[in-house]
Design a protein around this ligand. Structure first.
Ligand code: ATP
Ligand code: FE
Ligand code: MG
Length: 344
């Protein structure tokens, strides 16, 4: 099927066209630069930027794919989770397009889209796999039997997302926003064994109760305490070692839990998606430990890991191939859309 994908859950306006599992065009506009000076996403600014970018980005994607709206077999749009104002722009625009063209509309789950996009890069998924979706807003572990119908949430973060924790540690270390990539870079110059930071929900009762959940707020607090203690003593903060020890703690927990999920559910494939999959230590550790266990790690190129229209078109295409019914034209946005819902 020929599917248009529309993504506006956060600060990226993404449009893409997919035919089956082949990506024909993927165009993204971002309002990140407008948010940078506020040190965080400003929802009102993001919504307005989506509104302004909607038509130009749509036109650019259709032109790049050499497709017109009349040829489409369906329109997929992010229904949630995300910022309600941002979601509303995409869903309203998608409804207008569906109404004008008579094409079926599919309101889909953004987080599952982060996993779905890998099919466009690495080909059809195996019968069963585990997916780790990590970004500035999400840290979720999924068990996937069929990306269109059978997704089970194994766990998620109980507090901060991994990218969010990196951004907070970046701020503690006086690095520019968003801090994630800066902390990653700095960590390469440090000794990852110099400072041992806590691994949340990995021992005792916590581990038993939350085998696949994550928690990074205790780790972030431990880093803050460490930095404060250095400052109180009038010592220079060993920023590279802090970054390296912190990165190690995050990557260790993410990889340990993901591979445990693979082994316990009999999966030989781990798909990693979301903007945090750019993290160098996560990539290294995942590759190293998965190889020891005979598990294949699939990570799409980074431009398909950050928010984009291709991930939504990919999931829409999987839904249409599976014969899923379209969403109603009055479909709501769902800012807290649960992972059990692939579509609205
Ligand atoms: P969403 O949560 O909807 O997926 P987002 O904009 O919050 O969207 P992404 O754009 O997918 O998330 O990813 C950005 C996040 O990943 C930021 O928190 C950023 O700091 C972090 N990040 C990006 N690159 C790295 C890296 N190399 N190491 C650590 N963190 C990184
Ligand atoms: Fe995302
Ligand atoms: Mg983003």
């Amino acid at each position: 099927p020929l599917i248009l994908g529309i993504e506006t859950s956060c600060d990226e306006t993404g449009f893409a066209v997919v035919r089956g599992r082949e990506l024909l065009a993927d165009v993204t506009a971002s309002s990140m630069e407008e948010h940078a000076r506020y040190g965080g996403i400003v929802p009102e600014v993001a919504s307005r930027a989506h509104l302004e970018a909607f038509v130009p980005t749509l036109d650019a994607a259709l032109e790049a794919a050499d497709v017109d709206l009349g040829q489409l077999d369906g329109i997929a749009v992010t229904a949630g989770p995300g910022l309600v104002g941002s979601l509303t722009v995409g869903v309203s625009g998608a409804k207008a397009l569906a109404l004008a063209t008579g094409k079926p509309l599919y309101g889909v789950n953004h987080v599952i889209g982060h996993a779905a996009v890998d099919e466009l890069v690495h080909g059809p998924f195996p019968d069963r796999f585990v997916a780790l979706v990590v970004s500035g807003g999400h840290t979720s572990l999924l068990l996937v039997d069929d990306i269109a119908t059978g997704v089970v949430e194994l766990g998620q973060t109980l507090d901060d997302a991994a990218g969010e924790a990196f951004d907070k540690v970046g701020r503690l270390l006086g690095l520019p926003y968003p801090g994630g990539p800066h902390v990653d870079r700095l960590s390469r110059e440090g000794d990852r064994d110099a400072i041992r930071f806590p691994r949340g929900l990995t021992s005792g009762k916590d581990k038993a109760r939350h085998p696949y959940d994550f928690s990074f707020s205790g780790l972030k607090t431990a880093v803050a305490r460490y930095v404060e203690a250095c400052q109180d003593r009038g010592e220079e903060v060993p920023a590279a070692d802090v970054a390296a020890g912190f990165s190690e703690a995050v990557a260790d927990v993410l990889v340990t839990k993901s591979l445990a999920a693979c082994e316990r559910s009999g999966c030989d494939t781990l798909v990693i998606g979301g903007g945090f999959s750019a993290n160098s230590r996560l990539r290294e550790l995942a590759a190293e430990r998965a190889a020891e266990r005979g598990i294949t790690v699939r990570i799409p190129p980074i431009r398909y890991c950050t928010d984009n229209g291709a991930m939504i078109a990919a999931l829409g295409s999987a839904l249409v191939r599976s014969g899923a019914a379209p969403s109603p034209l009055d479909l709501p946005t769902d800012s807290g859309m649960p992972l059990e819902l692939v579509r609205v």
